[in-house]
Design a protein around this ligand. Structure first.
Ligand code: ASP
Length: 580
């Protein structure tokens, strides 16, 4: 017998009809001689009642949790006293039950899935994926993919696949390497992104490209990172920054509309990197709420309060009334993020008490005016070197958000751009200049003259990040298309000509063969779906993710390999390494 409907597609119009459903037993209860089952398929759950005198009873009595069953019965409204409105008011009275397959007792209760230890969920991922949350997340993801394809196809983009076995690509993370059996002692790198290939596609004249690209980065893992992940990767020719941003906004709006039924407001606000850092202490500020910083460096400069007097930057954030314990906790956050401490004041009428109040009497009126801190509220200060001070206070701002649920009052989704990133960053550890986005990002034309000068840190990049609720969900740039500028850029980050040739020789050659002006962006697709779905980790929106130690607990990867396999590859392990 074929199934007549998916459970979630049953409507009141089916009432009185005989239906055949197929799915899994969600739950079984026996009550007063009756068997109550919940039957589940990918679309929903329905209650099935099997009466003791029914021909279906004996077979139904075999059913246990997660058995696969086919149930034929009459779809009908439940007795009036049991109705609460909605689909749950309907049930199926079974006339025939067929066990399609038995199942072992599940190692965890599926209904409790979200609360079960994640390692168990990942070990039995195929069961975990049966849960409504995971089904919802993966369907959302699929809808978003459809929306992307729909939109970009209509905009004239071509999908091209780029290689997985390739040469190191420049995104600044560690590569995953794959040994080559045919070329002993040599290795492929898995792509950190399709960056160079998509630029080559522009040189090849495809004009508009996209790909849902798997990327690989061997980094320490966090809730929003995986060693292999998916980017929505795009590149366009004959464009300037505004063209890219405008198209991206329409794409993002389309994805939200089609996948979630949410209308985003266009255009997205744009903040410069400087502004984002200055006001929110982050290059991916969560703008669902305000709590911007005020700059009060001028109020203290050269004054008596030594801790602030010589600081490059003094920033303040106004917080609600805080207990001492909360202040201590926020100070810990500030210190973890590079601050030496977190100075504070509590407003008491037209004065301040507590914390550093005895040092700031001269500044009281001005602090009240600039911050607008309410009665009883707290001011929190970070002082020191600019980047350290703003970053630390940025972390405090997010801790305040979590403490007081500040984002709840704002829009559910807030998308913005951060633009005008610096082209170069000075790395204190290695005492060298490095790129901030990647070395193919074009500098602002007005700033070109600063290459190679002591002011090269001030060069602005034509780079942009897409920020959603405090997460960087995309990043891209206009690219260098002039080989001369590319050479200058390599020189600025200390690559000798030989080094540049060795790494990117093929690309430098291509660049000299008629490169159109071009630019693009890549979305962190897993991260975007995570935020759209409200999940706390990208593992919740990836069907088969690794855990936070990079392990696939189900397939047991990575795993040792035998000596013969290594031999084929011309490899030998250190004595210290475990063997299979
Ligand atoms: N390839 C870049 C990245 O992965 C994105 C881009 O510049 O398009 O971050």
């Amino acid at each position: 017998m074929k199934r007549t409907a998916l459970i979630g597609h049953l409507t009141p119009a089916h009432a009185g009809q005989t239906v055949t459903l197929q799915g899994w037993v969600n739950r079984r209860r026996d009550l007063g001689g009756l068997i109550f089952l919940e039957l589940r398929d990918r679309s929903g759950v329905v209650q099935v009642q099997v009466e003791p005198d029914s021909a279906a009873f004996a077979e139904a009595d075999r059913l246990r949790a997660e058995y696969v069953a086919e149930i034929e019965g009459v779809y009908q409204q439940r007795p009036e006293s049991q109705r609460k409105g909605g689909a749950a008011d309907f049930e199926v009275i079974a006339v025939r039950v067929k066990v399609l397959n038995t199942a072992k007792t599940p190692p965890f209760e599926l209904e409790k899935g979200g609360d079960v230890a994640e390692d168990i969920r990942l070990k039995y991922r195929y069961l975990d994926l049966r849960r409504a949350d995971m089904q919802r997340n993966l369907f959302l993801r699929s809808k978003a993919v459809t929306a992307v394809t729909e939109f970009l196809d209509a905009e004239g983009f071509i999908q091209v696949e780029t290689p997985m076995l390739t040469k190191s690509t420049p995104e600044g993370a560690r590569d995953f390497l794959v040994p080559s059996r045919l070329n002993p002692g040599e290795f492929y790198a898995l792509p950190q992104s399709p960056q160079l290939f998509k630029q080559l596609l522009m040189i090849a004249g495809f004009d508009r490209y996209y790909q849902l690209a798997r990327c690989f980065r061997d980094e320490d893992l966090r809730a929003d990172r995986q060693p292999d992940f998916t980017q929505l990767d795009m590149e366009l020719s004959f464009v300037e920054q505004d063209d890219v941003l405008e198209l991206q906004e329409r794409l993002m709006a389309h994805v939200f509309r089609r996948a979630l039924g949410v209308e985003l407001t266009l255009p997205f606000p744009r903040l410069s990197y400087q502004e984002a850092m200055d006001r929110y202490g982050s290059d991916k500020p969560d703008l669902r709420f305000g709590s911007a910083f005020e700059d009060v460096t001028d109020l203290f400069q050269g004054g008596d309060f030594k801790a602030f007097a010589d600081a490059q930057t003094v920033k303040v954030i106004a917080a609600p009334e805080l207990t001492r314990k909360q202040i201590d906790e926020l100070e810990r956050v500030a210190k973890q993020n590079g601050a030496r401490g977190l100075a504070w004041l509590k407003r008491d009428g037209d004065a301040f008490t507590g914390g550093i109040s005895k040092f700031v009497t001269a500044q009281t009126a001005e602090l009240l005016a600039r911050t607008g801190v309410p009665e009883g509220g707290t001011l929190l200060f970070a002082a020191g070197e600019w980047k350290k001070a703003v970053s630390a206070l940025g972390a405090v701002r997010l801790a305040l958000r979590d403490l007081f649920d500040l984002a709840a009052g704002g829009p559910q989704f807030h998308v913005s751009w951060v633009v005008d990133f610096p082209q170069l960053e000075f790395d204190e550890d290695s005492q060298t200049w490095t790129y901030m986005h990647h070395p193919f990002t074009a500098p602002h034309p007005d700033d070109l003259k600063l290459f190679g000068t002591p002011q090269q840190g001030e060069i602005r990049a034509q780079a942009y990040d897409l920020v959603l609720n405090g997460f960087e969900v995309g990043g891209g740039s206009i690219r260098i298309h002039d080989p001369e500028v590319q050479t200058q850029m390599f020189a600025a980050i200390g690559f000798t000509e030989e080094q540049a040739r060795e790494k990117f020789g093929f690309f430098m050659d291509a660049l000299a063969h008629g490169t159109p002006p071009h630019g693009g962006i890549a979305w962190g697709f897993d991260r975007l779906i995570m935020v759209m779905s409200g999940a706390q980790s990208i593992r919740e929106v990836i069907a088969f993710p690794k855990n936070n130690r990079g392990a696939d607990l189900m397939a047991l990867a990575p795993s040792p390999v035998d000596t013969a396999q290594l031999g084929d590859l011309g490899l030998k392990l250190d004595d210290a390494a475990p063997e299979a």
